[in-house]
Design a protein around this ligand. Sequence first.
Ligand SMILES: [Zn+2]
Length: 303
Amino acid sequence: MRLDDEQESSNFEIQRGGGMGRGFGGGGGGGNLLGLLLPLIGSKFGCWGIAIVVVLMLVMGGGGGLGSLLGGLTGGGTSMSPQQQTQQADPGELTDIQRISLKVLGSTERRWEDIFAANGSQYPAPTLVFYDRNGMSGCGAAQSAMGPFYCPADQKIYIDTTFFNDMKNKMGIPGDFPIGYVIAHEVGHHIQTITGTANKVRQAQQRASQEEGNALQVRMELQADCYAGVWAARDTNLMEPGDMEEGLRAAHQIGDDTLMKAAGRRPVESMFTHGSAEQRMAWLKRGLQTGNPASCDTFSQDL
Ligand SMILES: [Zn+2]
């Protein structure tokens, strides 16, 4: 991914003072719960949560900590600690990975500004929030295990600062293009929010069965994947040889079936909330090949 010419976005915040909360140690017997909890985790933890929970479970030898992890999330005490505050950071303090993230965000801003302008409207850019282990979002507590997520209520993207290292070292997703893919996917959810798609889907989900609701969620996620591809396709300097393969490999690794298999489960399609490896790869590729958001209508096409 070539980002040398990209200007870093200034739409970011840094939350400090996290890391006071519970660890993931202790607990027990959570492994058996995984099958029951995967859908819940999917909805509660956002896009990358399942991947991280599966990784945590593998790292902890079968998931000893899942019970306490969920206990921590559903229990009280998730409010922002008194010391925790959001600050505008001195750009000199940013880490390399934060700088890369902000270049990607800046690039998404310019691409989506163009697309919105072509339709005679203005693009309201989202804010990227870096937090450290325990943060607070307009959608409730932000915790590392949730992975990067977009909160529609405050139109901000939340990323734990260690996520990208984990993605490489623990989830086996190498390369730098996946960083762009992750951020551009969250920006995709922002697009769905400001265009009203997310709202319509949420309303439909309220009337739907669990299974139908999951199927709608899959269409949302695949559309965000496609939008990520649209961004990459329209930044003509961005893609280097191998980037497409890196992105597709990442999309494969976070497919619901891949993750369920990694957790020792038989993949069950009705429980998917993000799409299969094959679907995620296909829709990312669709965006990459067309560069046109209109090609990302996952709601009226076969997946
Ligand atoms: Zn998502």
